[in-house]
Design a protein around this ligand. Structure first.
Ligand SMILES: [Zn+2]
Length: 166
């Protein structure tokens, strides 16, 4: 797993973050940019993560105004796993459902294109690891929990999630 220092600039606002609590679930997202994301280059993935972080942490209306990037992990198209927000803290990835819920974002727009095999294999491994280490019991796609309709994590990825067991 690539550490946070491999991509991030700055430090999160720890005082504004809430402890994760007992981990019971993992929720899968896509980054969903309209132009998609298919590069397997490490530098492109790191730049993509910084762009997501900037959107999540910039003050509204430009961004979301969150204390840190919203997800705990990212998986790029080459299957690299990136450490994002500390798992000590709740994410900001499914409104009203962040307690005990790990958030993982797969870089790409899976309404536009299917996942590369390497990326899906890495997701499967990460979910298994979360199950062993944190006792994750359930796996969700963002759309399964969202109060407001969203296609996240994209039709292609969502249809594959039921084949993953935590
Ligand atoms: Zn999502």
């Amino acid at each position: 797993m690539l550490p946070r220092q491999a991509w991030a600039v700055g430090t999160p606002d720890l005082d504004a973050m809430i402890p994760l609590g007992d981990c019971t679930a993992i929720t899968v997202h896509h980054s969903g940019f309209p132009e998609g994301f298919t590069s397997s280059a490490m530098a492109d993935a790191a730049a993509n993560l910084r762009a997501i972080m900037e959107f999540h942490t910039s003050a509204p209306p430009k961004g979301r105004g969150w204390a840190d990037i919203g997800y705990h992990f990212a998986i790029d198209p080459a299957g690299r796993v990136w450490e994002l927000r500390s798992v000590k803290f709740q994410g900001a990835h499914v409104k009203n459902h962040n307690a005990g819920n790990l958030g993982v974002v797969c870089l790409g727009n899976f309404d536009l294109h299917p996942l590369p095999q390497e990326q899906f294999a890495a997701l499967r491994k990460l979910v298994a690891m979360a199950g062993r280490r944190c006792g994750v019991l359930r796996i969700y796609g963002h759309r399964d929990l969202a109060d407001n309709a969203t296609s996240c994590p994209g039709a292609y990825l969502w249809s594959q999630l039921k084949s993953i067991k935590p």
